[in-house]
Ligand binder design. Structure first.
Ligand code: ATP
Ligand code: MG
Ligand code: MG
Ligand code: MG
Length: 339
């Protein structure tokens, strides 16, 4: 019997287009002798599009308006053996869709409500990882209400961290709303931008020097494995949106040219983080390696990383001998595994 898979793509976050690109790759890679795949695109308004509109959105890379309310469509998701929620960012990677699928009793690829929600929120991630003894940059939380009522206390927190610092919406991705703040005069603007996108904002001390950015893939449920380590190189002040999504601006190096000890440390820390955050299925764990000081700092955990055939996560496992198509098949198997 072929497994019936519902592939969810698009979604309401700023990473809608990235998700559609990933979905096209997964759609053509799931072996048709094993899987019956139905794609459903979620519009930016959060509506689940019917088949013709879904097809059109996948082809054009843009979702139309219209479609059904999510709860209405979720009931009909019952006919599927598993769901692949290939959604990035809020309302997709953050536990919301995972909660819906959990309520509907349908197995799905990736982390559950807890792992998804905690990993999406940069502050919660840092708190959990700190208690697991995982090295990170110094950071502080600021809430929107507080920024409105007591801006000076937020400014003081920034001063304590020192400049330059990074200001980020707590629950976003693709570097949307992130600023590197070099001087106190630029702090308010960065905070206003981040608070226009999220209720919670994280302030982060910058690494002591411009860091090398290394990433590792994790695959599995209770016995997860780590991929080789990859590195991203780019010619920009930091890895911002434009550098991420402009063809040719960044290059991927797999395996990363690191000593065997550092690479092993990256893999071990990533596995520890995956467990501490209660992740499942897959995650891409990103680090800063400060060559000058030898520091290795965990930056973040992405529970549904970019998934085109040229994205870092699938490339990392390809380097480990797992083809793109074998990888997506494995992810569905892991979704169906009893946990
Ligand atoms: P993703 O698209 O991977 O989900 P994101 O939007 O969650 O990314 P971050 O990874 O937190 O954003 O930050 C984006 C980039 O900003 C990093 O890749 C790095 O280049 C730079 N950066 C962020 N925080 C720091 C820091 N504390 N010190 C130095 N550089 C940083
Ligand atoms: Mg992220
Ligand atoms: Mg992300
Ligand atoms: Mg990142």
């Amino acid at each position: 019997m072929k497994k019936r898979i519902l592939l969810l793509a698009g979604g309401q976050s700023g990473e809608h287009e990235v998700s559609l690109m990933s979905a096209r790759s997964v759609l053509s890679a799931l072996p048709r002798d094993q899987f019956d795949v139905t794609p459903v695109v979620i519009s930016k308004q959060g509506r689940w599009l019917p088949p013709t509109e879904t097809q059109r959105a996948l082809e054009s890379g843009e979702a139309a308006t219209g479609g059904d309310l999510v709860l209405h469509r979720a009931a009909s998701a019952e006919g599927y053996d598993a769901v692949f929620p290939l959604l990035h960012g809020p309302m997709g990677e953050d536990g919301t869709v995972q909660g819906l699928l959990t309520l509907a009793g349908i197995p799905f690829v990736g982390s559950g409500v807890l792992g998804s929600a905690v990993s999406m929120d940069k502050v919660m991630t840092k708190q959990v990882l700190a208690s697991a003894g995982i090295p990170q940059v110094a950071w502080a939380l600021a809430a929107r209400r507080e920024w409105q009522a007591q801006p000076d206390s937020v400014r003081e927190r920034a001063a304590t961290l020192g400049y330059p610092l990074f200001v980020k919406p707590a629950n976003l991705g693709s570097s949307v709303g992130i600023s590197k703040v070099a001087r106190p005069e630029d702090l308010d603007g960065a905070l206003n931008l981040a608070f226009s996108l999220d209720r919670r904002v994280i302030l982060e001390a910058m690494t002591a020097h411009k860091p090398r950015e290394v990433e590792v893939g994790i695959l599995g449920n209770d016995a997860p494995i780590a991929s080789p380590v990859g590195e991203l190189r780019f010619d920009a002040d930091f890895y911002d949106y434009e550098t991420k999504y402009t063809e040719g601006r960044a290059t991927m190096h797999i395996p990363a040219p690191l000593s065997a000890e550092v690479a092993e440390q990256v893999r071990a820390l990533a596995l520890r983080a995956f467990r501490a955050l209660d992740c499942a299925g897959l995650a891409r764990v990103d680090f800063f390696y400060v060559e000058e000081t030898g520091e290795l700092l965990l930056n973040e955990v992405n529970t549904m990383p970019g998934f085109t055939t040229t994205s870092m996560y699938p490339k990392l496992f390809e380097a480990a001998g797992l083809s793109y198509s074998a990888l997506v098949t494995r992810l569905v198997e892991l979704a169906l595994e009893e946990r």
